[in-house]
Design a protein around this ligand. Structure first.
Ligand SMILES: [Zn+2]
Length: 180
């Protein structure tokens, strides 16, 4: 097979839950053995690219899905840090939707009112939104997060970090935030 060895393919479980990235070679083997099916081909630039393997011509895969469900072992929960939280919130202010570089972390229920530092009470916020909300409750400020903050799955955060600049991969990873 003459393909770029550094090409990566997103592997989904049978349930469409994202599992990990695999090499292109590994992906092709899974498809040829009929253990996985191609869900998405590579992006526009590569649209006409194909992979020749074992007398077969396959579309160039970008996302593949296992035919049979694989049960996953227990995985540790993800630590709450600025980096992981911004990844969960797609580097976007959860109040106004802006994606500026200097995002802050906002306690939805302010610390001064008993709010805790935990996944379900912190969202990414731009400076102006954070100042505007200040120590107010969401109802008082009339500012509500666009997405209810939740604890992300370990695999989602790790995979999102590896899927930047690839909208298709991000879509499959975000589609299943409660996975793992
Ligand atoms: Zn904002």
């Amino acid at each position: 097979m003459s393909v770029q060895r550094n090409s990566r393919v997103l592997l989904l479980n049978a349930t469409y839950e994202p599992l990990c990235f695999v090499s292109l070679n590994r992906a092709i083997v899974l498809v040829l053995k009929e253990k996985a099916e191609i869900i998405e081909q590579a992006g526009d630039l590569d649209f006409r690219r194909t992979v020749r393997a074992e007398k077969t011509v396959l579309p160039f895969p970008s996302v593949i899905r296992l035919v049979s469900y694989v049960r996953l072992p227990y995985r540790a929960s993800i630590p709450l840090t600025r980096r992981t939280l911004l990844a969960r919130d797609n580097h976007t202010c959860q109040y106004c939707g802006s994606s500026d570089r200097n995002l802050t972390l906002d306690h939805v229920l302010p610390r001064s009112r008993g709010g805790r530092t935990e996944w379900t009470n912190i969202v990414a916020a731009c400076g102006p939104c954070n100042r505007k909300k200040g120590n107010k409750l969401t109802g008082e400020a009339r500012m509500w997060p666009r997405t209810t903050p939740t604890r992300p799955a370990f695999s989602s955060i790790v995979l999102l970090g590896q899927a930047r600049d690839n909208a298709i991969w991000q879509r499959y990873i975000r589609m299943n935030p409660a996975a793992a």
